[in-house]
Design a protein around this ligand. Structure first.
Ligand code: BGC
Length: 389
């Protein structure tokens, strides 16, 4: 083989190798590019799916009370109108289930969590899970306590709710020595303290001056000279008169109180009942006692069954907390967060760890006198739900 032939073979071999390398690197490049495009497409589809599926997660405490079913219904209506994708889950009075609900929503890619805690302190762990995932946390109606992971609080003015009970009972009492029975919500619910604080603000001076005598809490009697109670002092009274927000507990507590009360502690009675479900249970127990000749009883939530009780004269008042407004405020706050904005604030609520910004909503007292205007004419419940209006 000549030198020329040799170098020709060498050049040919090198060229072939280079062409092969070039070709194979082109193939690899194309393959890489194709893979890149495919994964980008996958991410876009995935991202869109997550965004289109659940932007807002809503967690409510229980289906066992009409109050929270109402919130769900009104949320779903309002979300549909607002064109926001959201999912509502219930915790059924179980903090572990509540946390699992939050984890599931976070894994679905929510950007905002609206949560009404079953137990305000236990829910801190669930709020922390959401916060760590970069999700904005809105505490809904009840405040989550003991964590900085709460970005906003959508609420009614709960102190005003308790004051409305006090104002009503005071307006019906005359003279001295009127029998007063106090009942409270669940101690695990921060609202139970706010309602009690409001009621105490109005009732305490009237207990101190002898207008009322508390008949079912020796702790309240012992503290009756104190205008403002500490959280621990309130807890000691709530511990004696709690209903745990449970109708059966409310009924048996009222029955036990009536069994323990002497005849002179009955007659005309004034009852601060913490919400409509428990008010109906307590009212039924007092109505069944032959030594109770007349009772005045409070409530809250404007539940359909309690509006009927008011029409029938079996419950004296309720507090309308217009859930339509609360839902609207919660969705507006969620939209603000989704758009990187901060929702409006008129005050703050300390949750034991931080001051949580809020813009509380006003409440309305409903009695037989204004029930038609406040409930029917306002469109809150249709007249067809009631008899004897
Ligand atoms: C709510 C009330 C409700 C109660 C029992 C409170 O935190 O503010 O509207 O009746 O819980 O569920």
């Amino acid at each position: 083989m000549t030198d020329f032939q040799n170098s020709l073979r060498l050049v040919t071999a090198q060229t072939a190798q280079k062409t092969f390398c070039l070709f194979s690197s082109r193939r690899a490049q194309m393959k890489r590019a194709a893979m890149l495009i495919a994964s980008l497409l996958f991410l876009v589809v995935l991202g869109n799916a997550a965004f289109a599926q659940v932007k807002v997660g809503i967690v409510l405490p229980t289906k066992d009370e009409p109050r929270w079913i109402q919130d769900q219904t009104r949320f779903l209506d309002a979300l549909k109108t607002a064109g926001i994708s959201a999912e509502v889950l219930f915790s059924q009075g179980d903090s572990a289930k509540e946390r699992a609900n939050v984890e599931s929503l976070v894994s679905k890619g929510i950007k905002v969590l609206i949560i009404c805690p079953h137990d305000g302190t236990a829910a801190a762990a669930a709020a922390d899970v959401a916060n760590k995932a970069g999700v904005k946390v809105i505490s809904y109606d009840r405040l989550i306590r003991g964590t900085a992971s709460v970005d906003y609080y959508v609420t009614f003015d709960s102190v005003q709710v308790g004051m409305a009970w006090g104002d009503y009972l005071v307006s019906k009492a005359s003279g001295k020595g009127n029998n007063l029975y106090l009942y409270a919500g669940a101690a695990s619910d921060n609202n139970a303290f706010l309602f009690f604080e409001g009621a105490w603000k109005v009732l305490q001076p009237k207990i101190a001056d002898g207008t009322f005598i508390v008949r079912n809490s020796d702790k309240a009697v012992a503290l009756s000279k104190k205008a403002t109670l500490t959280r621990d002092e309130m807890a000691s009274i709530i511990g004696q008169v709690t209903t745990n927000w449970n109708f059966a507990d409310a009924k048996s507590k009222a029955e036990a109180n009536l069994t323990a009360a002497k005849k002179e502690m009955k007659g005309t009675v004034y009852i601060a009942a913490p919400n409509d479900g428990t008010a109906r249970a307590i009212a039924d127990a007092f109505a069944a006692d032959k030594d109770v000749t007349k009772y005045y009883i409070t409530g809250q939530d404007a539940e359909i069954a309690s509006i009927q009780y008011i029409i029938d004269g079996k419950q004296s008042m309720t507090v309308l907390k217009d859930v339509r407004i609360l839902v609207k405020d919660a969705i507006a706050a969620a939209v603000d967060f989704l758009n990187g904005k901060v929702p409006p604030k008129t005050t703050t609520y300390n949750n034991g760890k931080v001051d949580v910004p809020a813009k509380p909503t006003m409440i309305t007292t409903v009695t037989k006198e204004n029930v038609k205007a406040a409930i029917i004419d306002s469109g809150y419940w249709p007249a067809s739900n009631f008899k004897g209006l």
